[in-house]
Design a protein around this ligand. Structure first.
Ligand SMILES: Cc1cc2nc3c(=O)[nH]c(=O)nc-3n(C[C@H](O)[C@H](O)[C@H](O)COP(=O)(O)O)c2cc1C
Length: 180
C-alpha cells in the first residue's frame, strides 16, 4: 500500500487546517497508508538565527519522518493573501535539492474568505514545481471554511464534497501510477 503524508501547513493552535487535515485523513486512511503532520510540531525554535545549511537534529528528525512517503497532501490556510510564513520556513529547511524531487503532491486550500486559499495554493504550486515535485492537477478550495466545513461530515455542499472525494481518490491513483 502506498503512503500518503498530510501536512497541516500552519502552527496556529486549534487551526481549521488541522481540522480539515484530520477529516481528510479519516477518508484517505480507509484506502491507503497515511500519517498526519502538523507545523504545530515543527521545531521552529531551533531555526532562529538563519541556520540554513546547518545540520539541526530536531529539523532532520521531522524532515526524515515527513519525507519517508510516496506522496504529500498539503492542507493550506490563507494568511494575508498567501500561505503561512511558517510553511515557507519549513520548505526552506528541507534538504536541497532532492527533498521534493519527483514527489507527488496535492493541495487543499481553506480560508475564511470566498476564494478558499486559491492564491496561497497557486503560489505553493509554483514553489514546489521549482523544487521538481510532481503536481496533481486537481486542487480543492474550501471557501468560508467556518460555515461550510464540519469536522464529522465534511463539506456542507454535496457537490463540493463530491469534488473533494474525487480529488482524494484521484490522488491515491496518481501516487500509485508514479510509484509503479
Ligand atoms: C494571520 C492571518 C491572516 C489571514 N488572512 C486571510 C486572508 O488573507 N484571506 C482570508 O480569506 N482569510 C484570512 N485569514 C483567515 C483564515 O484564512 C481562516 O481563519 C482560516 O480558516 C485560518 O486557517 P487556520 O485556522 O488553519 O489557521 C487569516 C487568518 C490569519 C490568522
Amino acid at each position: 500500500m502506498n503512503k500518503i503524508h498530510l501536512l497541516s501547513s500552519t502552527d496556529r493552535p486549534d487551526s481549521n487546517a488541522l481540522k480539515v487535515t484530520n477529516y481528510v485523513n479519516g477518508y484517505l486512511s480507509e484506502k491507503t497508508d497515511t500519517k498526519v503532520f502538523s507545523l504545530e510540531d515543527y521545531p521552529f525554535e531551533d531555526i532562529v538565527g538563519g541556520r540554513y545549511g546547518d545540520e539541526i537534529e530536531s529539523v532532520k528528525k521531522f524532515n526524515d519522518r515527513f519525507l519517508d512517503t510516496d506522496g504529500i497532501l498539503f492542507i493550506v490556510p490563507e494568511y494575508n493573501g498567501g500561505f503561512p510564513g511558517v510553511l515557507k520556513f519549513f520548505i526552506d529547511y528541507l534538504p536541497f535539492p532532492d527533498a521534493m524531487y519527483k514527489m507527488p503532491v496535492s493541495f487543499i486550500g481553506e480560508a475564511a474568505g470566498t476564494f478558499g486559499a486559491l492564491r496561497p495554493v497557486e503560489h505553493l504550486q509554483q514553489i514546489l514545481a521549482y523544487r521538481k515535485a510532481l503536481i496533481y492537477t486537481e486542487r480543492m478550495f474550501i471557501s468560508r471554511v467556518n460555515d461550510t466545513f464540519d469536522t464529522e461530515d465534511g463539506l456542507e455542499s454535496d457537490f463540493l464534497q463530491g469534488l473533494l472525494e474525487d480529488q482524494l481518490d484521484g490522488f491515491i491513483e496518481f501516487v500509485g501510477q508514479i510509484k509503479s
